[in-house]
Design a protein around this ligand. Structure first.
Ligand code: ZN
Ligand code: ZN
Length: 87
């Protein structure tokens, strides 16, 4: 269970469920929340590789909006193997 956190890689803005993006491809005009579909327009099926931030206006690759938590740090540190050097 490691849900990614979704926020703008430029300004760390968190999109909410009420935010909408508009598809501008061939006059499609569909408005939807792009993070529900990982950047795929439900109107025309076009996958948007870059997602505009509604706050700072920067376009960033869609995948860079997903921030996965660091791997568990609770694991025991790797044991250092002690090798006896031949005398
Ligand atoms: Zn931003
Ligand atoms: Zn579209």
């Amino acid at each position: 269970m490691s849900e990614p956190e979704i926020y703008c890689p430029c300004c760390a803005w968190w999109p909410g469920g009420a935010d909408r993006w508009e598809c501008t491809r061939n006059g499609c005009g569909t408005q939807w929340n792009t993070f529900w579909t990982r950047g795929v327009c439900p109107g025309c099926g076009h996958q948007w590789r870059n997602t505009a931030c509604l706050r700072c206006g920067e376009f960033s690759p869609h995948s860079s909006w997903y921030h996965y938590p660091d791997p568990q740090e609770s694991e025991a540190p790797e044991q250092t193997r002690i090798v006896q050097a031949g005398s």
